[in-house]
Write a protein that binds this ligand. Structure first.
Ligand code: HEM
Length: 415
């Protein structure tokens, strides 16, 4: 659409969340943008309307009748026909899973997922999470600098969510690899030459999950997949095995990179100013506040997406039907009208929990309690074992080139 067809809508032509500058430090870009005057603007680089205020984003998330979740996993680039065919043949539809469905299709999957993802099941994960943290930290040689991402933040949530689902341990590595392809395909800008490879991985990932469900149907255990199969047994038409595989597709990814990056961002923000780390070492009662503040200050899911189902006015801007919205959750976390002195990292902040890092409304993150538990237990054990932990100086942090999942790809520390 030409720019003159957006009367009254501010345009920031240089806003590109996949640029090197943005990937390295989106908060520096945020600080330079005139967001007070242009809380909603159009970004031609991605063909999205960017929504930045806490109140506007919250209103969008709470109104699924007006704002469809259909864009949540939409590739940012038009895919090559060959890649699209591979995806469709593999059962990866344009609205590939729960998070991008609207009611009633969403409700059909969300209801059994909530029934199987019980608080009891999460609480019962605690010893398993603790044991996994301990096992991973035992393997570190603290006499030399080590990469905390490789040692802990990447393997921990993968191990936790895959074991929660009942995936055999020998398949974890393969599943982690497929998740990487998925991030690039749905939230990155893969060149045409790479798309077929990503699409082929996606089809294999889908096939694997279908086979897992079929296998588990005959060998039940005390895991989430078996709990979903028990719901399927009650009424096979209400929840098919194909739908169970789709739920697993949601969970395997959502429960993994989000939490890896959350823990990475948290440790980074604490160690950037060693006094923050030392304060947590001195008082582990700060830990829950640190986790919430990280979700507000430097969330691992900085953007989420919606599409308008009818013309709307948002933040004073008229937006047509069918427009794609880039909900900048990271900007909502820095909205000074909700969070005074928003750039300060303050574990004592009374209202940090008002962040929108887990979304809001009918799609509110199902795994929020599990993700926070993992982050808390990781920090507890790290501060206990390595009270003198520091960042290795002069390291340049790198980030995966996608719009929705952000955390350091490596974080070098010394004990
Ligand atoms: C800890 C860091 C995490 C963050 C920041 C995060 C963030 C989010 C966000 C922003 C959404 C979309 C909300 C919306 O559209 O309104 C979401 C949905 C979802 N999350 Fe999380 N998540 C995290 C961890 C997890 C974990 C550990 C799991 C599972 C084990 C999980 C499972 C899901 C699922 C299944 C949905 C889709 C829910 C639906 O569409 O109804 N997430 N999450």
């Amino acid at each position: 659409m030409a720019l003159d067809q957006r009367p009254g809508c501010p345009v920031h032509a240089d806003f590109d969340p996949l640029s090197d500058e943005f990937l390295a430090d989106p908060y520096a870009v945020m600080a330079r943008l005139p967001l007070a005057e242009t809380p909603v603007f159009y970004a031609p680089a991605i063909d999205y309307y960017v929504v930045t205020r806490h109140a506007d984003i919250e209103a969008v998330l709470l109104d699924p009748g007006t704002y469809s979740a259909g864009a949540a996993q939409l590739p940012l680039v038009t895919l090559e026909p060959e890649a699209t065919e591979i995806l469709l043949a593999g059962g990866h539809r344009p609205q590939p899973s729960m998070v991008s469905l609207d009611p009633p299709a969403h409700t059909r999957l969300r209801r059994p997922t909530s029934r199987a993802f019980t608080p009891r099941r999460v609480t019962e994960m605690e010893p398993r999470v603790r044991a996994t943290v301990a096992e991973l930290l035992d393997a570190i040689d603290p006499s030399a600098p080590f990469d905390l991402v490789e040692a802990l933040t990447f393997p921990l949530p993968a191990t936790v969510v895959f074991s929660f689902m009942g995936v055999p341990e020998e398949d974890y590595v393969q599943l982690k690899d497929w998740c990487g392809h998925r991030a690039t395909l749905a939230w990155g800008r893969p060149p045409a030459a790479e798309q077929v490879e990503h699409a082929t991985s996606m089809a294999a990932y889908r096939r694997y999950l279908r086979e897992l469900v079929a296998r588990k149907a005959g060998e039940r255990a005390d895991d989430f997949t078996s709990a979903l199969l028990a719901i399927h047994d009650e009424d096979p038409d209400a929840l098919s095995q194909e739908e169970i595989a789709s739920i697993l597709f949601s969970l395997s990814f959502a429960g993994h990179e989000t939490t890896n990056y959350l823990i990475g961002n948290m440790i980074r923000r604490l160690l950037e100013e060693p006094a923050r780390w030392d304060a947590v070492v001195a008082a582990d009662s700060l830990i829950p506040g640190v986790v919430e503040e990280t979700l507000r200050h430097d969330t691992s899911v900085p953007a989420w997406r919606r599409i308008t189902k009818r013309p709307v006015t948002l933040g004073g801007v008229d937006i047509p039907e069918g427009a794609k919205l880039f909900l900048w959750l990271a900007a909502a976390g820095r909205d000074a009208s909700v969070f005074p002195d928003p750039d300060a990292f303050d574990p004592h902040r009374a209202n940090a929990k008002r962040h929108l890092a887990f979304g809001k409304g009918i799609h509110f993150c199902i795994g929020s309690a599990l993700g926070k538990l993992e982050a808390q237990l990781a920090l507890e054990e790290l501060t206990r074992r390595f009270p003198g932990l520091r960042l290795v100086e002069e390291q340049k942090l790198e980030f995966h080139p996608n719009i929705s999942f952000r955390g350091p790809l490596a974080l070098w520390v010394r004990a």
